[in-house]
Design a protein around this ligand. Sequence first.
Ligand code: PGA
Length: 262
Amino acid sequence: MKRHPVMAGNWKMYKTVADTEAYLLQLIEQLKSFPSLATEVILCVPFTSLQAAMRLVQTHQSRIRIAAQTMEAATEGAFTGEISAVMLAELGVHAVVLGHSERRQYYNETDKTVNAKIKSALQHHLTPIVCVGELLSEREAGLTDTIVTQQVVVALEGLSAEELGLVIIAYEPVWAIGTGKVCEAQEANRVIAFIRKTMARDDVRIVYGGSVKPDNIDGLMALSDIDGGLVGGASLEVGSFFKLIEATEQAAQAHENATLTR
Ligand code: PGA
């Protein structure tokens, strides 16, 4: 099954509009060295940067896709401070991160709210990037597979077969996010293969997230089930994010060659 790789940068609460513009201009320029890019490059930027980022990728006809980092499930209403799928779609935003562990930890995101948000995102033609992953205590108690199964099953409940095919899953073990402790590549691959089996869908793209860096990306991308990365810290500097895209691109090429010569 051929799945297009994804390299997504999650800036979190970093970068002003001016920072966003400077970064994107550099990345757009650097990506010109790849006239045909197999990797889907996504930048998940703060709400305040969405419009400027969209304007730049459109003006430069860049294939970089712009995403938001969260949204509200309702399309409009008395939800002070929130942003809806309608508002993101109006800007031409491509995707939205849902269920990130920081949203779960600090803003009461649950599998049920993630499920409602996924449905709303899909209704407005936004690609949901759905984050799942266990806490360290859950891993130590041997509950990793149980937790990710529950997260995936509840978050994706009620989606049609067609909708399921549009979702990107990010397996992000919580203990590996922002800690420098990357999940061992074989183990990340095992959990990702397990999630894909749980979903009973070979075509769904599942990426790994949690301390992905230029020096560990090759090991992750070499494995069969890892389709790319959702990257926080190492996406903040354009040079290191570009290296991650290059590595993803090389891995895609290697997979392609392996398939051709098989
Ligand atoms: P990190 O963050 O790459 O800084 O660990 C990943 C994420 O939160 O998506």
